[in-house]
Design a protein around this ligand. Structure first.
Ligand code: 5RP
Length: 226
């Protein structure tokens, strides 16, 4: 089974969790897109809170009514992908540069379910570079402070994310540094160190946020709890 089929299976299984009347957080990325398509196909009376402009565009195309995060008190259920799913459902997110809006929606949610293909499950987080969102003003200085933190953890300096079109700019107008870690033995310690840097808006470590994972495998969708 291809990774994409596993993503599709996880996305479709997650869509079955949604009930009429819910406010639903709509994640970002290819796995979340499978979920959004499956959700639209169910034709439920729900409102979606998108976690990125791209998800907002997709949901609108599919006719899902949208609402801004600030126009709801809470989100009933958020379904989103991840770049890595580690022990205790600790996650690395932000491969699609949407980590800030994603984390804001996750933190406003009563329940968060992460969906992924089997290759995303890891024993130790860190093979996937950890995204760190920083404000543009003074980002070279912020990058230097991040390099100092990386050195404390014996890691190389984080790299500013670029695409063919130049620097990657997030939906919020910020930049992304990617920290190559290899192994993040103490995610909470690294998370606290990164958050202590003034120019850092947030990072892609999602700790103690996922209530459940639905992982597409060749043997079907496996459900995991922390
Ligand atoms: C975007 C994310 C995505 O959920 C993550 O990158 C996984 O993407 P995909 O489902 O395409 O593998 O965090 O910021």
């Amino acid at each position: 089974m291809s990774a994409d089929s596993q993503k599709q299976a996880a996305g479709e299984a997650a869509a079955a969790l949604v009930e009429d009347g819910m406010v639903v957080g709509l994640g970002t990325g290819s796995t979340a897109a499978w979920f959004v398509r499956a959700l639209a196909a169910r034709g439920l009376d729900i409102r979606g809170v998108p976690t990125s402009d791209s998800t907002s565009d997709l949901a609108r195309e599919l006719g899902i009514p949208l609402v801004a995060l600030d126009d709801v008190r809470r989100v009933d259920l958020t379904i989103d992908g991840a770049d890595e799913v580690g022990p205790g459902l600790s996650l690395i997110k932000g491969g699609g540069a949407a980590l800030l809006r994603e984390k804001l929606v996750w933190e406003a949610s009563n329940r968060c379910v992460v969906i992924a293909d089997a290759a995303k499950q890891v024993k130790v987080l860190g093979t996937f570079p950890l995204p760190i969102e920083v404000v543009r003003f003074g980002h070279v200085h912020t990058g230097q402070r991040l390099a100092d933190i990386a050195a404390e953890f014996d890691l190389p300096p984080p790299r500013l994310r670029r695409s063919d079109r130049g620097l990657v700019i997030t939906d919020g107008g910020n930049l992304i540094y990617d920290m190559m870690s290899g192994r993040i033995e103490e995610p909470a310690v690294l998370a606290a160190a990164l958050k202590s840097v003034t120019g850092v808006v947030d990072h892609g470590l999602f700790l103690d946020l996922a209530d459940e994972a639905m992982v597409g495998t060749d043997a079907g969708v496996v459900r995991l709890t922390p």
